[in-house]
Design a protein around this ligand. Structure first.
Ligand SMILES: [Zn+2]
Length: 392
């Protein structure tokens, strides 16, 4: 599937620009028209970190006329291993300003617009509206869903990338022509299940591998050349040195871009991604079991009390055999506590592991030391133990 160019060509290139971009101009598929389109293009980079660094630098060098940078963070020494748009003397500076200076040094003809703020529900629509294309270099799920939803609601394409240790992924999401991020990942993973780069590490150069795919796709979309990565997910494994791709289909039941959308405006993304309280995080630390461990406990007839803390409607759709339903609120109100046994191991679970971690914190502080919760919840259980069951 090829798509028409996103951007109309600028009126002209100056003599200096023709000299600068000569290696592009002699590529037949790019040529004068393609370079003029790049000059006229407005691209927004969300984040000037690991992915944003190579993306901004190559977009600037390529001659994208206007580059927006959304970034509120400051440069830290631990960034420099991969965020090559910043240097030693930038430590402590605003990343947005540091990135702008590097872009200007690479290509003074680029106009840079700084959005020195955190992307949120209040500013995302207005910021995105000013650009033809968005490059997503964010590193957390709440912002990823925010970027996706805003892009779909505005009908804009964006190039997504993600990196972790030796593995990277990239795709182009454009609901007008293919799937969106929610078609691929309808639900955010439960907190704690996917470690961030800060927790798990990332090979610095991986940013260049994935960032370069993102820039390549951006240039293709802007100029209308080649086959865009719409409806395909690139998966890069640096250890095996393999790129493979999987087809991503538009989900007719997608909550956002499906036939009967339930998400028609921006939502609370922290809540959607299960922002988990500090108490719950602490309680879950070392007290989280896997679906397999739970299955083993049950198979070995261990004396456990398995409690489902979801709501009755959810319990009806799918439940784990042997689980007793006691909704979370019963614990928060305190009336469930008196029913809890002191002499049995208590295993809590919910849909994904957020609510059960909260209840675990309540139980722990009430003195029920022999209690754990199921990481990944019933969703994880169904995926691992009983794949035939419906997932809601
Ligand atoms: Zn979708």
């Amino acid at each position: 599937m090829s798509l028409p160019p996103l951007v109309e060509p600028a009126a002209e290139l100056t003599v200096d620009e023709v000299r600068r971009y000569s290696r592009h101009l002699i590529i037949p598929d790019v040529g004068m028209a393609g370079q003029k389109r790049l000059k006229n293009a407005k691209v927004l980079c969300v984040g000037a970190g690991g992915l944003g660094s190579p993306a901004l630098m190559y977009l600037a060098a390529a001659g994208v006329g206007t580059l927006g940078i959304v970034e509120f963070d400051t440069v830290d020494e631990s960034n420099l291993q991969r965020q090559i748009i910043h240097g030693q003397s930038d430590i402590g500076r605003s990343k947005a300003e540091s990135a702008r200076d590097s872009v200007k040094e690479i290509n003074p003809y680029v106009e840079v617009i700084l959005h020195n703020e955190r992307l949120d529900n209040d500013n995302v629509m207005e910021i995105f509206a000013g650009y033809d294309l968005i490059v997503d270099g964010t590193d957390n799920f709440a912002t990823r869903y925010l970027v996706n939803d805003a892009a779909v609601l505005l009908g804009k394409p964006y190039v997504w990338g993600s990196i972790y240790r030796f593995d990277g992924q990239a795709s182009v999401f454009w609901a007008d022509h293919g799937p969106c991020y929610r078609c691929l990942y309808p639900e955010a993973p439960p907190p704690g299940m996917v470690p961030s780069c800060a927790e798990g590490g990332v090979l610095g150069v991986l940013c260049a591998s994935i960032g370069s795919i993102q820039v390549t796709e951006a240039i293709k979309l802007l100029t209308g050349v080649g086959e865009p990565l719409v409806g395909r997910l690139m998966i890069y494994d640096a250890l095996e040195m393999t790129y493979r791709q999987v087809k991503v289909r538009k989900d007719p039941d997608c909550a956002l871009c499906g036939e009967n959308p339930t998400v028609t405006e921006l939502i609370d993304y922290e809540a959607f991604c299960g922002a988990i309280s500090e108490e719950a995080q602490e309680a879950a630390l070392g007290n989280t079991i896997t679906s397999k461990q739970l299955k083993e406990m049950q198979d070995n007839d261990e004396d456990i009390l398995l409690i489902d803390v979801r709501e009755p409607g959810e319990y009806e759709i799918v439940s784990i055999p042997g689980a007793v339903l006691i909704p979370k609120n019963e614990f928060l109100m305190g009336n469930a506590l008196e029913k809890m046994p002191q002499d049995r191991k208590i295993v809590l679970h919910c849909k994904t592991g957020v609510r059960s971690a909260e209840v675990l914190a309540v139980l722990k502080s009430a003195g029920f030391a022999n209690s754990v919760h199921l990481g990944g919840g019933v969703i994880g259980w169904v995926n691992q133990i009983e794949p035939a069951k419906p997932v809601y």
